[in-house]
Design a protein around this ligand. Sequence first.
Ligand code: ADP
Ligand code: MG
Length: 545
Amino acid sequence: MNQSDHIQRLKLIAPYKKEVFFALSIMLVTAVAQLALPKLVNYYVDGLAPATLFASFHLYTLLAIIVFSLLSAVRFYLFERLGIKVVSHFRLTIHKTLLHKTASYFDAINIAELASRINADTQMLKDALTTSAAQAIRATTITIGCIIMMFTLSTTLSLVLLFCIPTFIFATKLLSKKIEPLSEREQDALAKTNKIAFDNLNGHTLIKLYSWFGSSQNRYHNTTQSYITCAKRTISAIAVFQAFFNFLIFSSLIIMLILGSHLIKQNTLTIGELASYVLYLGMAFTSLNSLASFWAEWVHTLGATRYLFQLLDNDNDVEPLAQSKRRFIGDIRFRDVSFYYPNKPEKHIFEKLNIQIKQGQTTVISGPSGNGKSTLAKLLLGYYLPTNGEIMIGNHSLNKLSIACFRKTIAYVEQEPIMFSSSIIENLIPEATNTPTPDQMNRVISACKKANAHDFIEQLPDGYFTQICDRGNQLSGGQKQRIAIARAILHEPEVVILDEYTSALDIENQQVIEQAMHNLLVNKTVIIISHKQEHIANADNLILL
Ligand code: ADP
Ligand code: MG
């Protein structure tokens, strides 16, 4: 844990300076009001306050209590609201960063684990940064206030504090040192449990098919168990601290009571003063305790959110944005392209590959499974960059900067098209929400008609507004494929890549799709990855991998 860890997290509230200032001011007022309470006890016990019920003194007290209660409510509201804003903003930032990460970044992580982190880890940050931080600042104010009041009430009694407070600070430091690494491990373990749960739920049919219930449950059980082990270590550290803290409070209380009764006998202290002194002491210790819990929580959060901050800090693996609006058109050439996947450097997929794909013609790429046909498409789509050599579009080399531009002219229809869990219309044009403009609607319908998708979409319960659950599980392969073709048509591409697009379909479906394809492919550069004799026979060129 170093200074920048703290600052990095505190920076999250920087955009909300005004709100923080306002909330803190209200908090200070309530803290000071709270400090007046023991003094009030002093007044009443020692008979300094009026003894009649309807005195104006009582009325002011009541009024102060009402104001105090209202301000406390406002303070709570302000800090909670701030927390929600800060953490939502943080989540948005993470989401945005992740969207721009490269394909190889996603090869190396687990999505379910990451989703867990975005929720669970940021939630911790919310609590630590706002409500708990507010309580901590309030506790600090109250502690300092109490100590001042205690010294003014009795210096002799307060000397005991000179021993208590340093001991307390030392113990807190010890605790935080212990907790930080534990919490990083705890949060890792928690994310792993999510990964397993996601796996199991996603593969529920497989589990049913082979009756893998026991082993699947066991896998989840084991990760949960290691989470419990980690969490237990953290809480036992806190428990030991609590025990020590309680000992410190109560022993010093007894010492002060002994000393106090002695002072009362000597007439240097009144009973009311001792009562109010003890109340201040109680208040100071409660505040110190909440300070210590805050510190433990904060350190816990530092560890738990390290993963997310590293993710934000790391600007490798970032996809470039489109630099210009130009459209790349021309023949596609692979010049001495070598490639291996970053996570499998020992396995070369291509070595000095040279191919040419003519503009406006249909090229079929064929070859045994696992030979890199889909990889070739991924290189062309710029998901990965060649390890060596270059890909040319006309006279332009496809480099990191031009990829995003080139993508504007390219469409990709794959075997198992990706569907979002939203409405069909949003799957076609994400900028359309539940109320697309007439123009958007016309474009979509026209594309779907060309893709032979219009009829089946119309027959769905809510037509184009039918929600696709769980990434399209309830649509058939052919239906998803036709939606993917409509998506490609809407993109208005110059280059279309079709990756084994009919291999999973029955004959009838294949004919519907082929027909849809014809509408998409007129005058386009077409790359068909396929083994089909009819595709090969109809193509202008054939590339064997
Ligand atoms: P094809 O489409 O010709 O069947 P692919 O291009 O999908 O073959 O795969 C070629 C090789 O690359 C395979 O051995 C496969 O295991 C490997 N491969 C595919 N995707 C990845 C990836 N994301 N990371 C590492 N290796 C991969
Ligand atoms: Mg493939």
